[in-house]
Design a protein around this ligand. Structure first.
Ligand code: IMP
Ligand code: MG
Length: 178
């Protein structure tokens, strides 16, 4: 599997350090509050599990899964909820945790959806941000790393369902996409 990787873009040590920094920032921003962390399956699971352990706050966790129709490397912007929240978010301080903001279509759907269901406040925490591909006005409140327009895998991110278990954020050899 590692032979499919062309290079490591962000290694596990840099990721761990940045996750701790963001966790500290969130804990300061929400001091004294009880925050509802919502992880977006499946891409955010690895980031989510590290992040919540670096946030020293009272919190609950929940998950949503969405599917967007499109090819393996591009989302089409048509979004459907395939697993909904277990808990009520009415009046809650919600932090949505996502792997990457690309076009922003997924998160703009989610943001509108969660606000319309009565979230008290809502912020977005994304591990990666590909700002140059944005098609919406979504701006994540917490960002791990801004990256160029390159397809990446690992640390939860997949290509066609694989590579989520790579510990570093990596680029794949171009022939893999054929
Ligand atoms: P958006 O709706 O275009 O912002 O797409 C966000 C989703 O597309 C992410 O949650 C990922 O599942 C997927 N995605 C976008 N770029 C990448 C990438 O470089 N690697 C893996 N998945 C990606
Ligand atoms: Mg995803």
């Amino acid at each position: 599997m590692r032979g499919d990787v062309s290079r490591v873009l962000i290694d596990r040590d840099r990721i761990a350090e940045r996750v701790r920094e963001i966790g500290g920032e969130i804990a300061r921003d929400y001091a004294g509050r009880d925050v509802a962390f919502v992880g977006i399956l499946k891409g955010a699971v690895v980031f989510f599990s590290d992040l919540i352990r670096s946030v020293d706050l009272k919190m609950s966790i929940d998950f949503m899964a969405i599917s967007s129709y499109g090819s393996a490397t591009k989302s089409a912007g048509v979004v459907r909820i395939t697993k909904d929240l277990d808990y009520d978010i009415v009046g809650k301080d919600v932090v949505v945790v996502e792997d990457i903001v690309d076009t922003g279509l997924t998160l703009s759907f989610l943001k509108e959806n969660l606000l319309s269901r009565g979230a008290g406040t809502l912020r977005i925490c994304a591990l990666l941000d590909k700002a140059e591909r944005r098609k919406t006005d979504i701006v994540p409140d917490y960002v791990g790393f801004s990256i160029p327009d390159e397809f990446v895998v690992g640390y939860g991110l997949d290509y066609a369902g694989h590579y989520r278990n790579l510990p570093d954020i990596c680029c794949l050899h171009p022939e893999i996409y054929k």
